[in-house]
Design a protein around this ligand. Structure first.
Ligand code: MET
Length: 525
């Protein structure tokens, strides 16, 4: 038998897993959409891709929320997990996998296996500890990390003084290796400003940190520490491991086939990419690397860090009650409009203020007007002058590419480069250049005048019209393909109009027809 050639480096991409104590908000949606764009783009380029998301169920704040609702925690959490799972259809996500840390059978054996590996490395010790614990962050803070009023950078409620005996992890052991991995870029933290913040944090010194909690504090909710059931594994330790437990890490004994995914996606020269918000950089760029180093496992290759979406100037998780539930916005404005706002208005660095006015304006100016008009004009011209049949594109072009030619020719490498940095704005800007250039091209070439000259028997006018129409259709098809990671629903409808035979699953050579124009992005405003 023949062996299939290696399919090239695989691309594994994950979001952070949200706590389920609150409702999904626009910040979660931003991260899911950004990650979905990276996954869809990698698939478009033919790379084997796997996209994971899920929920962080074992947090103490989930326990507190259940207590406040007078509910049993397991049932409460299971119900809340469904609100996050529901984001997949609402946002048109192409997730391959969803892992809930409390209910997914893959998770606990993996947490336990990693714990044992770190224990074997001699990296745990018991110690009593007194510190200021922020329930919102699920972490201890030192006094100098808090502001003048004693608050953490993320939450309004004051951290609580906690005295307890815990298992500690020897983070200090890994400081130099973590620094080296990040400074050399073997673990790439993007953007560079975030990498520099991490390096500064490492240089200030890394202290061992506590990785378990007394089980009594959570009514036993959590993964018991292997060999010490009086403690549960610290929720951050538990949560970070989701990236590998979802690949079957540690499931070998129960299910020998399960670890194959782990070897496929978390190994060697393959890409292992995390997308996270700025507030949890340290957990990913320091603690997660240390855990993996201790266990002797490969590290992630890239960590993309995004800033926050704000509404009324406040971080969304803090602005309780603002009408920014992603499903509500999708119901009102559609998935494409919301995804397009994320792609176009959220900068790589700096918070983005969400308003429905900006969402509508972006959608209407760029999708309804820019892309919609271009495709509509192009299809109308092909129907009017060529009965819907696309003329063949001339094979050779002697002269240097014009504006449209270079916009089309450069789009794929430009999008690839921008998305390597998770820069959705620059990537969509490259697609936008085609739309702009093509609209100018129609205005300059005036196909309706070429058609009139053709009818009047003018030499060359017919050939010229063929070329103009062929190039416009090609430009529209490239736009539809390159937009598909960003606005997959609209891009699929564009494809049905621009390539109806291929969209229906088969195209015969020499028969290149387009469908009828029909507004793909109806105006919202
Ligand atoms: N639950 C955490 C948060 O929402 C993220 C965990 S990612 C492993 O901040």
């Amino acid at each position: 038998g023949s062996t299939a050639p290696p399919a090239g480096p695989t691309f594994y991409v994950t979001t952070a897993i949200p706590y389920v104590n609150g409702d999904p908000h626009l910040g979660h949606a931003l991260e899911l959409v950004q990650t979905d764009v990276l996954a869809r783009h990698a698939r478009l380029r033919g790379r084997p891709t796997r996209f994971l998301t899920g929920t962080d169920d074992h947090a103490l704040k989930n326990v507190s929320a259940a207590r406040a609702a007078d509910r049993e925690v397991g049932g409460f959490v299971a119900e809340r997990v469904e609100d996050f799972r529901a984001l997949r259809p609402a946002l048109s996500l192409s997730t391959d996998d969803f892992l809930s840390t409390s209910s997914d059978p893959r998770h606990r054996p993996g947490v336990e296996a990693l714990w044992r590996r770190c224990a074997e490395a001699g990296d745990f010790y018991r110690r009593s500890y007194e510190g200021l614990y922020c329930a919102g962050c699920e972490q201890f803070y030192t006094p100098d990390e808090l502001d003048a009023s004693g608050r953490c950078p993320e939450h309004v409620p004051l951290p609580e003084r906690v005295v307890e005996e815990n298992w500690f992890f020897r983070l200090s052991r890994y400081r130099d290796r973590i620094r080296e991995e990040i400074a050399t870029g073997r673990v790439r933290i993007n953007p560079a400003a975030k990498r520099n913040e991490v390096l500064a944090f490492i240089d200030a010194g890394l202290e061992d940190f506590s990785v378990s909690r007394p089980a009594a504090r959570s009514d036993g909710w959590g993964v018991p520490v292997p060999g010490d059931p009086s403690q549960v594994v610290y929720v951050w330790w538990d949560a970070l491991t989701n990236y590998v437990t979802a690949l079957g890490y540690g499931s070998d004994q129960a299910d020998p086939g399960a670890a194959d995914d782990y070897r496929t996606w978390w190994s060697g020269g393959n890409e292992r990419v995390h997308v996270i918000g700025k507030g949890i950089t340290r957990f990913h760029a320091v603690y997660w690397l240390a855990l993996l180093l201790s266990a002797g496992e490969p590290l992630p290759t890239t960590i993309h860090v995004h800033d926050y979406v704000t509404a009324g100037g406040a971080k969304l998780a803090k602005s309780a009650g603002t009408a920014v539930h992603p499903v509500g916005l999708v119901d009102a404005y559609g998935t494409d409009a919301l995804r397009w706002w994320f792609a176009r208005e959220v900068p790589l660095l700096g918070d983005a203020e969400f308003t429905t006015e900006r969402l509508v304006a972006r959608h209407d100016d760029e999708l309804a007007h820019g892309v919609g008009n271009l495709v509509n004009r192009t299809l109308t011209l092909v129907h009017r002058f060529r009965d819907g049949v696309v003329p063949a594109l001339p094979r050779t072009r002697a002269s240097a590419p014009d504006e449209l030619g270079s916009a089309v020719g450069q789009v794929a490498p430009a999008v690839d480069a921008a998305l390597a940095d998770a820069d959705l704005r620059t990537a969509t800007g490259a697609v936008w250049r085609i739309v702009d250039a093509a609209n100018r091209y129609v205005n300059a070439e005036k196909p309706w005048e070429l058609a009139a000259r053709e009818r009047a028997g003018g030499t060359d006018a017919g050939g010229r019209l063929d070329e103009v129409l062929a190039r416009l259709v090609e430009a529209c098809r490239v736009v539809a393909a390159e937009l598909s990671p960003f606005v997959p629903d609209g891009a699929a409808r564009l494809r049905e109009q621009l390539l109806p035979a291929a969209a229906a699953g088969g195209q015969r050579a020499g028969d290149d027809r387009v469908g009828s124009p029909d507004p793909v992005f109806p105006r919202l405003g």
